[in-house]
Design a protein around this ligand. Structure first.
Ligand code: PLP
Length: 415
């Protein structure tokens, strides 16, 4: 049995009420709620006395210990080594920083490959750096029927002059889990680096960085029950050689060299608690094993809710669902539109009437949105399930959509 009540008790925000109703949080892909032990860790760091690094006094040593523990925890979360983990403002800023550094060696003979399914953070960070060095930018197209990447031209797209391939592990809008196997294989054949955007993936499934065999992996703790902080995991061999932009006196060794300026110490001090929360949901003889097991349990719970929701949505004629075919694995993130309804109006009504917090827009997956013509109608409505969501909340959501369609759309058609 999934320990839903035990989990919910650990998220203080879940007790919030709005307009007399208990809030339902369904914008996990935009940012999850934060677990209490994480909040406690941040408060504890600040109330016990914070400090900067490299001091010969207890609070400074404690701060360094928090960095160490945070790196260890993220290494366990994604299957990497602690010294391959760097922190930063958010994933987007880290991507910009890494791309700017890597592109110093790119030339006009080279190319980079990005995709049409990605959040623009994993497109524009690389493509702006490429533009600065006159490097060609190529796109792996998305098939608008299947909502998966079209890999039929992969061998031509990724060639001997490709320096880097940037691809998402999962779409933050339609939930498609991208099978990167063929992309990684081709990139390896030609010696290109591989950067994966795991921002939407890490909260939903077990990641084994070495098994997927990627050089650069980005994620953000605020998507998996933690604070707003970005995380870059870079393979030692690659990290060593990245000529980062940094101030002269700052460390030139990795991972510290990527951590420009003073980091968000209170957030970093809570990272161990974030990962320990996930691990606490599983069993195993060490943290990595517990995380592995926890994701099996989380996936089962989230997929049950998502399946029910997808099934019910598909039965409403006025709703258009944007999802890959059944055989394609997906995160519990569902995008849809309602005929003739402006998505933001719907979300506002949902919040005011039902205290259901659900988001609309293109969610920065704007290439995909443009290709599907979604921007013309105010974007998608996106529901994303998290481990703390319940069947009862899913039912509330389904019923509210049915009521909305019945009372608003039918009324409009009559009048
Ligand atoms: C898939 C994906 N990539 C990248 C980002 C950007 O992350 P950050 O806000 O940490 O810059 C997001 C944020 O929503 C995202 O969903």
């Amino acid at each position: 049995m999934f320990p839903i009540e035990e989990i919910r008790q650990q998220f203080p925000a879940l007790s919030r009420h709005y307009n007399g109703k208990q809030v339902v949080y369904l914008d996990g892909p935009g940012g999850s709620q934060v677990v209490e032990s994480v909040i406690d860790a941040m408060v504890s760091y600040m109330s016990k006395g914070g400090a900067n690094l490299h001091g010969e006094f207890p609070t400074s040593k404690e701060t360094e210990m928090h960095f160490e523990n945070a790196r260890k925890a993220i290494a366990d979360l994604v299957g990497a080594k602690p010294n391959e983990v760097a922190f930063g403002q958010n994933s987007t800023s880290l991507m910009f920083s890494i791309s700017r550094s890597l592109s110093k060696t790119w030339t006009s003979q080279d190319n980079i490959v990005v995709t049409e399914i990605d959040h623009r953070a994993n497109v524009d960070s690389w493509s702006t750096a490429a533009q600065d060095s006159d490097t060609e930018i190529r796109y792996i197209p998305v098939n608008t029927e299947t909502l998966t990447l079209d890999l039929s031209q992969l061998h031509q797209l990724i060639d001997e002059n490709t320096k880097l391939v940037a691809v998402s592990l999962a779409s933050n809008v339609i939930g498609t889990i991208v099978d990167v196997t063929a992309i990684v294989k081709r990139a390896r054949e030609v010696g290109a680096l591989i950067a994966v955007d795991a921002v939407h993936a890490v909260p939903h499934f077990f990641i084994d960085r070495d098994q997927i065999d990627v050089d650069i992996l980005l994620c953000s703790a605020y998507k998996f029950f933690g604070p707003h902080i970005g995380i870059a995991v870079i393979k030692e061999d690659v990290f060593k050689h990245i000529p980062v932009y940094k101030v002269k006196p700052a460390p030139s060794y990795f991972p510290d060299k990527l951590e420009t300026g003073t980091q968000n110490h209170e957030a970093i001090s809570s990272i161990e608690a974030v990962v320990n929360f996930i691990a606490s949901l599983g069993i195993g003889s060490n943290r990595r094993e517990r995380i592995h097991n926890a994701f099996q349990i989380i996936e089962e719970h989230e997929n049950n809710l998502a399946c029910k929701f997808r099934h019910e949505l598909a039965s409403i004629p006025e709703v258009t669902l944007y999802q890959a075919p059944d055989h394609v694995t997906k995160t519990p993130t569902i995008a849809f539109t309602i005929n003739g309804v402006k998505s933001n109006d719907f979300c506002k009504w949902f919040a005011e009437k039902h205290a259901i917090f659900i988001a609309s827009g293109d969610f920065y997956a704007s290439t995909l949105a443009d290709k599907l013509g979604i921007n013309e109608t105010g974007g998608w409505i996106r529901a994303g399930f998290a481990p703390y969501n319940t069947e009862n909340e899913t039912d509330r959501l389904i019923q509210a959509i049915k009521n909305y369609v019945a009372s608003n759309i039918k009324k409009e058609i009559k009048s």
